[in-house]
Design a protein around this ligand. Structure first.
Ligand code: ADP
Ligand code: MG
Length: 279
């Protein structure tokens, strides 16, 4: 059973705070010709304003599927998801996704145009000049001033991810959905991007639902962490990670929580191996 109760305020928060996102008893399935694949099973969690809420679990446990559900691309077979109290039934500009892949930008548009295009199509701006102003502001925030007229193929992987983040944030969604956005970056760039994301969060206190399979990244980026079991993803625990950051990386407390989460995830693997051995 999860350590949190859906709909309850997190420890230490004022009870009057209303969640932005509520996920209650959500089972998500894929139907193929031959198989019915249950990706997540009766998952519960609530995301509150300015949470950096992390979905953590091994590959294949249904993290991306949960994001697809929140984004409105998939409907649960049981349970429901609500954004600001309204049932999620379709995609909308109130939820913006940032992916792992570096090719999520439009290659025929410049950095600035990638952002203004999203702003105008998402309905945030009707005038190009307004969109331009917002785009330039977010380009500055992600430290890409000087690259506004550059096309994506001229940028490094890290720079492309910065553009995707700038575009997502410029839309000012109720919740930013990030699916392993730094997983394909080299270790140093990844660390830098994690720090920059936290810097941006310090500035604007956006709400983010962040997916990773890295325990370390979950502790660095997250304020709260939902630990999911392997396939099908079920909630194992919800943990507070607010006290952890790059500043205490490697400290006894950091390592202890890392080990605790590792044990939670590993316990399943031991059990699975046992079941496999017995046939
Ligand atoms: P994660 O993001 O945690 O690695 P996913 O959400 O991508 O996991 O996948 C969860 C499960 O659903 C896996 O077993 C995966 O094989 C399956 N799955 C994902 N996408 C599809 C799809 N389009 N069709 C069928 N099965 C899928
Ligand atoms: Mg995934």
């Amino acid at each position: 059973m999860s350590q949190s109760a859906a709909g309850a305020a997190p420890a230490g928060a004022a009870p009057a705070v209303v969640p932005i996102l509520e996920v209650q008893g959500v089972t998500l399935q894929y139907k193929t010709k031959e198989h019915l694949i249950t990706a997540t099973y009766r998952v519960d969690f609530s995301v509150y304003p300015a949470d950096r809420f992390v979905l953590l679990g091994p590959s294949g446990c249904g993290k991306s599927t949960l994001l697809k559900g929140v984004a409105g691309f998939m409907r649960p077979v049981e349970g429901e998801m609500r954004l600001k109290g309204r049932r999620i039934v379709a995609p909308g500009p109130d939820r913006v996704m940032v992916f792992q892949e570096f090719d999520q930008l439009l290659p025929w548009k410049t950095v600035r145009q990638n952002i203004t295009f999203a702003l105008r199509n998402g309905g945030r701006c009707s005038r190009e000049s307004d969109a331009d102003e917002i785009a330039m502001d977010y380009i500055r925030k992600v430290k890409l001033t000087g690259f506004e007229n550059t096309f994506p193929h001229m940028l490094s992987g890290g720079m492309k991810q910065r553009v995707a983040i700038a575009r997502g944030m410029a839309m000012e969604p109720d919740i930013l959905l990030m699916d392993e956005p730094f997983a394909a970056l080299d270790a140093l760039t990844r660390r830098q991007m994690q720090e920059e994301l936290l810097g941006l969060w310090d500035d604007t206190r956006f709400t983010v639902l962040f997916v990773t399979h890295s325990i370390e990244e979950a502790l660095l980026v997250g304020s709260r962490i939902l630990v999911l079991s392997p396939h099908p993803g079920q909630v194992k625990a919800e943990l507070n990670a607010n006290q952890h950051s790059h500043a205490n990386l490697g400290s006894p407390e950091f390592i202890a929580l890392q080990a605790r989460i590792h044990d939670m995830l590993f316990a399943d693997r031991v059990l699975e191996d046992e079941i496999a051995r017995r046939g």
